[in-house]
Design a protein around this ligand. Sequence first.
Ligand code: PLP
Ligand code: TYF
Length: 391
Amino acid sequence: RFDLLRDQPADPLLKIIAAYAADLRSDKIDLGVGVFRDDRGETRVLEAVKRAEQRLLDRQTSKAYLGPDGDKAFVAELGARVFGADFMRPWQGLQTPGGTGALRLAAEILVQAGVERIWLAAPSWANHAPIFAQAGLRAMAVDAFDVAAQRFDAEAWMDALRAAAPGDAVLLHGCCHNPMGIDPDPAQWRAIADVVAERDLLPLVDLAYQGLGDGWDEDAAGARLVLGRSRYGLLAYSCDKNFGLYRERVGALWATAPNAAAGAVVQSNLLALARANWSMPPDHGAATVRIILEDPELAALWQDEREAMRRRLHALRGELGAQGRIGDLDLAPIATGKGLFATLPLAPGPIEYLRREHGIYMAGSGRINIAGFGIGGIERFCDALHAVVDA
Ligand code: PLP
Ligand code: TYF
């Protein structure tokens, strides 16, 4: 039977990791996969995480099963901070294997509820559409970014949402858009929240970079606004970037509902779906986050470390943006972008040239990871771009 299977391409982003590792040039630059890096190019374990893990090792007395919702205190502590004190709707959720697990579960409960379509603004994270399609949703991609101009086309996106059918789902990046780095401004968020509520759409907010854009509450403002106004909503969350826990796969999925009884029904369905997928999520990463959040000292340390990541991204964006135009290529929009990513309007030829001749690795789409620039990296990158333009 397996001879009916066709070969599948490897994840191009993860392939860059291997290609970069095999490159022997000492001045190579990795702008590929989206992990935070310090100015030495390292993705170090946060000190708050190290201390919490030590405490976990010392104090954990049992590894007996917890249940399909995972670490309940993790879900509650984190949820309180994500939604904030002013959020008026009932919410409940469960721990998931990463933000990816949360997205998968979200797609499955949408299908379970009879939702057929999910609208998304393209380009989006390359895994979004396959996750939704695999779960049985039709991913409706809308050209909502002008990649050449590095601009969010709010009109195109609003037109699509106005044309969506009541009950359709809509995917929204909570902050730090992957791959564009361009988020709706506050007025655009209000317009999105209006149309989602008026058209009775079901929002699925993907919040994978909270705290790495404008700040903790600022980065959740769009999600809170939209979810606070729609009847039902979903929030897929990842702690893998803002806690630097990547491979530990720490995430959560929350559902908002018009009242507690309706919320309980949604939660029971989420638990049943989790059971059928992975039974229960892995514990270590979420327990580590929970220990940090429960201890004011560790929470303060984590906040400092998170803020340092955010400030580094902000500073690098300013530096890149200040380079302005290199030939046709305008770096200025990078300065106002948020988070780890920007997508440059570069053709495959120049991208390949940068890799081959200069050891500069970026996604085939022209996406760069801003955190990939170490000391002197931006200068080298811009010199290489000049060489591309002049070639
Ligand atoms: N959503 C977006 C927009 C992402 O960039 C990522 C990156 O990995 C995820 C979700 C998934 O996060 P996780 O690694 O926790 O599965
Ligand atoms: O977009 C990124 O680079 C991150 C990390 O299959 C990532 O979100 C990339 C590819 C992948 C899973 C995570």
